[in-house]
Design a binder for this molecule. Sequence first.
Ligand code: SER
Length: 664
Amino acid sequence: MTAQEIIGKYIKFFEKRGHKRIPNSPLVLQNDPTTLFTSSGMQPLVPYFLGEKHPQGKRLVNVQNCFRAADIDEVGDDKHTTFFRMLGNWSLGDYFKKEQLPWYWEFLTKVIGLPKEKLYITVFEGFSNTPKDIESEKIWTEILENEGLDSKKKIFSYGADKNWWSRSGVPDDMPEGEPGGPDSEVFYFFENVKHDPKFGTQCHPNCQCGRFLEIGNSVFMEYQKTKNGFKPLPNKNVDFGGGAERLLAAVENKNDIFETRLFSPVIDSIEKITAKNYKKNKKAMQVIADHIIAAVFITDAGVTPSNKEQGYVLRRLLRRAIRYGKQLEASETFTAWIASSVIENYSDTDSQLMDRKKIIIGLFTEEEEKFNQAIREGLKISEKIFLTRTPIVPEEYSKIMQIPNKKEFFRNIFRKSDFKETANFLSGFGVSLTKADIGNATISGNQAFDLYQSFGFPIEMVTELAQEKRLFVDIEDFKRELKRHQKVSRKGAGKKFAGGLADHSGKTIMGHTATHLLHQALRDVLGNSVYQTGSNITSERIRFDFAYDKKLTDDEIEKVEKIINKKIEENLPVHFEIMTLDKAKEIGAIGLFDEKYEDKVKVYFIGPSTHSAASGQPHTQAYSVEFCGGPHVNFTGLLKRFKIIKQENIGHGQRRVYATIKDV
Ligand code: SER
C-alpha cells in the first residue's frame, strides 16, 4: 500500500460517513497571523471551532500538507519529520467520542489492516479542574474487549503534557480565547525494537525508545481558555489528525519512516550523491531528506530564503541540510540534485511542483552558493572564537547531552542568579560543574550574533558547531543582541519560530476586516486588475500583499485611506452568507479561493447584503464582497481610523503595504 492509497482510503471512509472533503489549505496561510506555517489540519478551521458556521457543514475530512518548525531538532530519531501530510476528520458540534473512536479503530484494523495486537491507546488522566476522560476510556475498553484484547494492558492514561491538545500546547501555555481539549491517541508497537532502559525501566506508549509510534490523535475540542480557566465552547467538536507517513510506517511495519517506500527514493538519491551508506549515516541523511522535502514545499508556497519569518525558516532548513551534506562530503550544490528527486517523488500528488521545478532548483542553488562562500569564511572565524573558550570535559559534556529536555536546561543555565538551582539540577544527572566552568565554555550572544550577521550562520548552526567542541552558546543573550540590531520583536519572532501563537485579540479581528476594506479600496483606486496575493495581521499592524507593479503615489495612498475611513465612519454592517460557488462568483465575490472540492462557500459582505445576479450582471449594495472564513467585527465603526504606514516592492509584480488601525 502506498501513502497515496492510505490517503484515498481514509478520505473515502469518512466521505461514506457523511463528511465533505475540504481543500488542502496553503502551507503559508493567508489571513492568519497566528503561525508562520500551517502545522495542523485544524488550523484553518479555528473560527469554526469557536462557533462560526462552516459552509460545507458539520462533518469535514481532508489531507493537509503541514510543516512544524518546532520539530526541526527532533528530526533524526527515525520518526520525526518537519513536513508531513495530516489526515484529518472533524465534527463541528455533530458526532463526538462514541462515533470517533470506533471509526478510527475500524479504519486502522479493517480498512488498512493493521494487526489489532499491535495497537495501544492513551487517554487523558485529568489536570487541575479538568476531569479525567472516563468516557473515552470506557469506549476503548468496550472496543478492545469486543476484539478479545485485554484493555487493562492496552489503555494508558497521561496528563496534560501528553493527552491535551491546543495549538499552543498545555493548558497553562494557551492564550485567552484559544480552543483546546483532551485527546486520545493510538500508538503502533514495533516488536522488533528493543526497549532501551536509558528511557526508563518500564516501556510504555509515550516512551522515547522507539518501540511505539503515535499514529493518530483524536482531540475532543470542547474548551476555550478564559482569564481564570476554561469555559465550554459553543459546541463539542472532534479534531482528528494522523500523519500519513506514520501510518505508512505502521502498514509497512518499519520503525524508521525514512525506510518506507515514500522516503526511500529520496534517501537513495542522497546515498548516490554522497556515495555513503544510509544505515551508517542515518541522522545526517534523515535531516537532509526531511529538510529538502520541507524546503521544496515551502518554496512552492511562494517563500524565498531571507532573514525574516517564513524566509528565515526556509534559509535555516536549507543551510542545515547543506551542513549535514558537508559532513557526508557531498559535492557543492547537491541540494538541487536532491530537490529534483523530491519533486519527482511527490509529483503524483502535487503536480504543480513539476511546473515550479526550475524556480525551486534555481533558488536552492543560489542559496547553496551563497552559503558555501559564507561557510568557508565563517568556519575559520568560528574556529578562532571557539579557541578562546575552554571546553567542558568529555565525560561531563556527554552526560549533559543525555539530559532529557536539554533545551530547558540550556535556557536556564545562563541565568546567573539561579546558579544554585542549575548546580542542583545538574547534580541530579551526575554532572558537577562550577559557574566558572560554564562561563569559560560559553560563546556569548555577541559572538554568536557576529557569526549570524556576517556569515548567515543561524543560531542553531552556531549551537551545533559549539556542541561539537563541547561548548555552550548563550542563546538568550544572542536573542537580545538580535533584537537590538534588527528590531525584531522577540515576542513575534520567538513565538512564531516555535510554532506558537501571536494573538487572538479583538484588534487582530478588526485588522482582518480592514484588509477586506483595503482590498476593495485598492481596486477602486488602482483598477480591478489588483488582487490580493497574501496578508498577515497582528494586533500591531496589517500587512497586505497584492498584484500591482508600480509604486503607489502619495495621492493614491491618500485616496485609499480616505475611502476606507469613510467606510469606517459609515459604520457598515459586516456579515456572511453561505452560498454556492457559482452564486458567489455571479455576485462578484473577490478574494483568495481554492476551488478544489468546495461546492458551498462562505462570503463576507461589508455593507447592506441585498444582492442579485439578474441577467448575469453582478449587483450588490455591499461595499466589499469577499470569499473568507472569518472572523470579522460586526460593524466597521469599531475600526475608528485606518492609516497606511509603509509600502514595499516584494518582487514578481507584487507590492506590500503596511497599515495600522486605531480602535477605541
Ligand atoms: N490537531 C491535532 C494534532 O495536530 C489533531 O488534528 O495533532
